[in-house]
Design a protein around this ligand. Structure first.
Ligand code: ATP
Ligand code: MG
Length: 438
């Protein structure tokens, strides 16, 4: 393909082999979200730019330099969504979902940020996220974290650890902000360009820097805990007790902050050592001020977002969820005269064994070449439709794994025999293979 027609930098195709891993991952995560009473909300990919600039904050990486923003044909400023929370709050308010009620919502889909592409960092990437509105206690914080822990468990992940912090309220952060400005001003010469810019506008964001050269300075920065107000401190202690009571390990990272202005109180990240600098697979926290900031009534809220590309990269690294869902049964046709019959047998099998993955050979060719294809696609069984078999009301069922035996089976018994053949160890019928660890 010529250079002019290739994908845009930082955008990727997900090819079929990989897509089946995506489907399995999404299926596991969706099932868990639903099992906790979270309901899906599907949101537009494009919003008025104001939705993001107002909620995420002007002095953030996203709004300052990462958004895909353009003028619509009628002059409105629109942006591709860089994250899901702002649109979710916008939709919940617009549709009255927050009116005298609590909400547990989840979303899934592509997000867009103009960042430097590298492993684990793309310009179009996918998130699954959850948002809970109307709950102000630490119990919902703990529930979200327990839900994450269950996700990692169900996927069979080992290398993910929870980091936890509490960043208090905007009021209580005033004093801390000044401490940070003092500290980083005293080390001005060591600050990189981004940090210098943040020093005046948003000093807490310096703590969020990804530049390894800044790590030493950040590690010595004043921690937030001394500055916390009593209510945030109490919330934080209760959350820790709930996590401990549920055997969730965590590490307090007093310099963990989020890139968004709207976070308050609880913040957390699930990090791995396996993905280099792109270590965070899931990030979340409270944003108690955002709904009001959007013009709604004060509504406490908390959510998280999982980076699906990073999660898949971690799963690949840990060697889990790898096997593709190829066909299980391949139907071959000896002779051109029976194509309609082959399709009919396939349809009857699909009726009898819903979810069974059956491929009917289309396009003719010798039986030998058809069986070669059956073998190559990884199917466990082939069914051969031929003159003699049909005359006797049967088809040949051939095992493609193990003994490779072949025998005639009456069409009325075919579904049962196929199920039995596939039911052997390690073979499952249907696409509901669930977590497929290992
Ligand atoms: P980072 O610090 O890595 O830039 P972030 O703080 O910008 O992440 P959030 O906005 O909190 O990330 O998004 C939540 C999750 O989405 C991240 O933890 C990560 O897993 C994923 N994510 C964010 N940006 C990207 C990207 N450009 N490409 C792939 N995944 C991403
Ligand atoms: Mg980022």
């Amino acid at each position: 393909l010529t250079e002019q027609l290739r994908t845009v930098r930082g955008f990727r195709d997900i090819l079929p082999e990989e897509a089946s891993r995506w489907q399995r991952l999404e299926q596991v995560l969706r099932a868990i979200l639903e099992a906790y009473g979270y309901r899906e909300i599907r949101l537009p990919i494009l919003e008025l730019t104001e939705v993001f600039s107002r909620s995420i904050g002007e002095a953030t990486d996203i709004v300052e330099k990462e958004m895909y923003t353009f003028a619509d044909r009628n002059g409105d400023s629109l942006s591709l969504r860089p994250e899901g929370t702002a649109g979710c709050v916008r939709a919940a308010l617009q549709s009255g979902l927050l009116h005298n009620q609590v909400q547990r919502l989840w979303y899934c889909g592509p997000m867009f940020r103009h960042e430097r592409p590298q492993k684990g960092r793309y310009r179009q990437f996918n998130q699954i996220g959850a948002e809970a509105f109307g709950f102000d206690g630490p119990d919902i914080d703990a529930e979200l974290i327990l839900m994450n822990a269950r996700m990692w468990r169900m996927l069979g992940l080992r290398d993910v650890r929870l980091q936890l912090n509490n960043i208090g309220t905007p009021q209580s952060r005033g004093a801390y902000r000044r401490q940070l400005v003092d500290y980083f001003s005293a080390h001005r010469a060591a600050l990189d360009e981004d940090s210098l810019r943040r020093l005046e506008r948003n000093p807490m964001r310096i703590l969020d820097s990804k530049n390894p050269a800044m790590a030493g300075l950040i590690a010595q920065a004043p921690p937030i805990d001394d500055a916390l107000d009593a209510s945030s401190r109490g919330h934080f202690e209760e959350l820790q007790a709930m996590l401990a009571a549920n055997a969730v390990d965590f590490e307090i990272n007093p310099r963990l902050v989020r890139g968004f202005d709207y976070y308050t109180n609880t913040v957390f990240e699930w990090v791995t050592t396996a993905l280099g600098a792109q270590a965070t697979v899931c990030a979340g926290g409270r944003y108690d001020g955002l709904v009001e900031y959007f013009g709604g009534r004060p509504t406490p809220a908390i959510g998280f977002a999982i980076g699906l590309e990073r999660l898949l990269e971690l799963m690949a690294f840990e060697g889990i969820g790898g096997a593709a869902d190829g066909p299980q049964v391949y139907i071959a046709c000896a002779g051109e005269g029976h194509l309609a019959e082959a399709l009919r047998v396939a349809e009857a099998l699909r009726d009898a064994l819903p979810g069974l993955r059956i491929v009917t050979h289309c396009g003719g060719g010798s039986l030998k070449s058809q069986l070669r294809r059956a073998d190559r696609c990884g199917a466990a069984a082939a069914i051969i439709i031929g003159e003699a078999e049909l005359a006797a009301g049967s088809a040949s069922l051939k095992s493609l794994r193990g003994d490779g035996g072949q025998r005639a089976v009456g069409l009325s018994k075919l579904a049962r025999e196929v199920a039995q053949l596939l039911g052997g160890p390690g073979i499952e019928i249907g696409g509901e293979s669930g977590t497929a660890p290992g």
